[in-house]
Design a protein around this ligand. Structure first.
Ligand code: SF4
Length: 231
């Protein structure tokens, strides 16, 4: 699974659930604002945990936690994710996946095998600006396929956008709405300029709260629930 980090207890990463968070190494994007550059780049200096030792830890902690969050990096790139999550489910824990949504084929396998209880998909910005912000040329349509799958399989999910000034504007939310349609949960995240992968963002000032509130008002036109994190 290439697990490169573990947070034994989290009260905030899985809604209404105390969780253990597992961080996988490697990512197919290079978001300018990424705060997990060493994970995204699969830095060889990071500690590496075997599947067996992680499963053993989860087994021992199952009376303390309700679920596991698989995050990264991009967890759907991890070899053996299907078999690993089957073992997590056998322990009796719920699973939340954090993903950038660009691997709908892997997601399909996970949802059809009933291995996911909750999913968070990043919508980095509008399709028009994806390349500028994430350096990927992967088609935005892959994310739409992932969202469609979650709707079809009735897996509870949230979309989330980090509001990077200039890269995420009200016009971008119009474009996002036109592509994703109606959803239930949408979270807006405040941008923080420390430890970003791209150093030029270190001096970029976050949006004032009022701008995030105006985004929230708009997102509520297509999301049943829209909240702001990090302010
Ligand atoms: S999707 Fe972007 S923010 Fe997330 S780990 Fe990859 S590069 Fe970092």
């Amino acid at each position: 699974m290439n697990i490169r980090g573990i947070q034994k207890t989290s009260l905030i990463d899985y809604p209404q659930t105390i969780s253990t968070v597992l961080f996988t190494g490697g990512c197919n994007l290079r978001c300018l604002y990424c705060h997990n550059a060493s994970l995204a780049c699969n830095d060889c200096n990071l500690q590496k945990y075997s599947n067996d030792e992680v499963l053993d830890l989860l087994q021992k902690r199952k009376h303390l936690i309700g679920g596991v969050v698989i995050t990264g990096g991009e967890p759907t790139l991890a070899h053996g994710i299907v078999g690993f999550l089957k073992k997590v489910k056998d322990i009796g824990l719920k699973v939340k996946l954090d993903t950038n949504g660009f691997q709908p084929d892997v997601l399909k396998k996970l949802v059809s095998d009933r291995l996911l209880d909750y999913v968070a998909i990043d919508i980095k910005t509008s399709p028009e600006k994806y390349h500028a912000l994430t350096k990927t040329k992967l088609p935005f349509d892959l994310i739409i396929q992932s969202i469609t799958l979650l709707k079809e399989y009735r897996i509870p999910f949230e979309l989330r956008t980090t509001c990077v000034p200039g890269f995420v504007t009200i016009e971008d939310f119009h474009s996002i709405r036109d592509r994703v349609g109606n959803v239930v949960y949408y979270y807006l995240q405040q941008f923080h300029n420390h430890h970003t992968l791209d150093e030029t963002l270190h001096t970029l000032k976050p949006y004032p709260k009022e701008v995030l509130f105006s985004f929230q008002q708009f997102v509520k036109t297509f999301a049943t629930c829209c909240e702001i994190r990090g302010i």
